[in-house]
Write a protein that binds this ligand. Structure first.
Ligand SMILES: Cc1ncc(C[n+]2csc(CCO)c2C)c(N)n1
Length: 214
C-alpha cells in the first residue's frame, strides 16, 4: 500500500467523519444555515497566511526543482486576485469588515494555525507534505461527488467547485504521489514524524467542521 493511502486508512475514523460531515451533506443540499456558513468562512479565511508560509517551507525543503515549481505555481494561484469567492461570500452574508479580517479565533482554527507553523518549523519536507496533503486531499474527497447536482446559491456551489475542479484534483493527485515518493525514500523515524503530523491534521479537520455547529 502507498504511504499516503496507509496514512489515510490509519485515520479513517476522523477522515470519514469529516468527508461525510453534516456540513458536507448540507452544502450539497444548499441548506447550510447562513450563521454556520458565516462562522465557517470567517474562520477559514484566517488560514491563508499560515498556509502560504507552509507552502513556502515546502518550496524551500523539497528535494528537487520540479517539486518546488509545482508548489510555487499553486502558491501563485491561491494568492492571485482571481479568486474573489471569500469577498463575494462575505458581501452576500453581510460580514462586517472587522469580522472578515480580525475575527476572534476559535480553538480549532488556532490549533490548525499552530500545527501549520509547527510543521514548517521542523524544516522537514515530509512533515510539510503531510499537513498539506491532508488540507487538500480531505477537501477533494468531500467535494468530489461526480453525479450530484450543484446547489443554487453561489456561496454553496462555488465552495464545492473550488475543491473538485480538474486543476485541484490533479494537484491533489500529485501531492499524494509526492508523499508516497518521499515516504519510500525515508527512514522509519521520518515516516513516523510525518504520520504524526498527518494524524493531527485529520483530527483538526474534523474538529473544524464540528465546531461551526456548536
Ligand atoms: C479547514 C480547512 N481545511 C482545508 C481547506 C482546504 N484548503 C486550505 S488552503 C487551500 C488552498 C486554497 O484554496 C485549500 C484548498 C480549507 N479551506 N479549510
Amino acid at each position: 500500500m502507498s504511504f499516503s493511502e496507509e496514512l489515510r486508512q490509519a485515520n479513517a475514523g476522523h477522515w470519514e467523519a469529516a468527508t461525510k460531515h453534516r456540513f458536507v451533506e448540507e452544502i450539497f443540499a444548499g441548506t447550510v444555515p447562513d450563521d454556520v456558513m458565516r462562522r465557517y468562512l470567517t474562520q477559514d479565511y484566517q488560514f491563508i497566511d499560515r498556509f502560504v508560509a507552509l507552502l513556502g517551507m515546502a518550496i524551500a525543503t523539497a528535494d528537487r526543482f520540479d517539486s518546488r515549481v509545482r508548489f510555487a505555481q499553486f502558491a501563485a494561484m491561491i494568492t492571485s486576485d482571481e479568486n474573489t469567492y471569500f469577498l463575494r461570500a462575505f458581501d452576500a452574508l453581510s460580514v462586517a469588515e472587522a469580522e472578515r479580517h480580525h475575527p476572534v479565533l476559535s480553538a480549532p482554527t488556532a490549533a490548525f494555525l499552530a500545527l501549520m507553523q509547527e510543521a514548517a518549523a521542523t524544516n522537514d519536507y515530509a512533515n510539510c507534505l503531510a499537513v498539506l496533503t491532508v488540507a487538500e486531499g480531505l477537501y477533494l474527497d468531500w467535494a468530489d461527488r461526480p453525479d450530484t447536482t450543484l446547489p443554487p446559491a453561489f456561496i454553496h456551489a462555488e465552495w464545492i467547485t473550488l475543491h473538485n475542479n480538474d486543476g485541484f484534483r490533479s494537484f491533489v493527485t500529485w501531492l499524494r504521489g509526492e508523499l508516497d515518493r518521499i515516504g519510500a525514500v525515508s527512514e522509519a523515524s521520518r515516516r513516523e514524524s510525518a504520520a504524526y503530523f498527518f494524524g493531527r491534521a485529520v483530527a483538526l479537520e474534523r474538529d473544524f467542521f464540528d465546531h461551526i455547529y456548536a
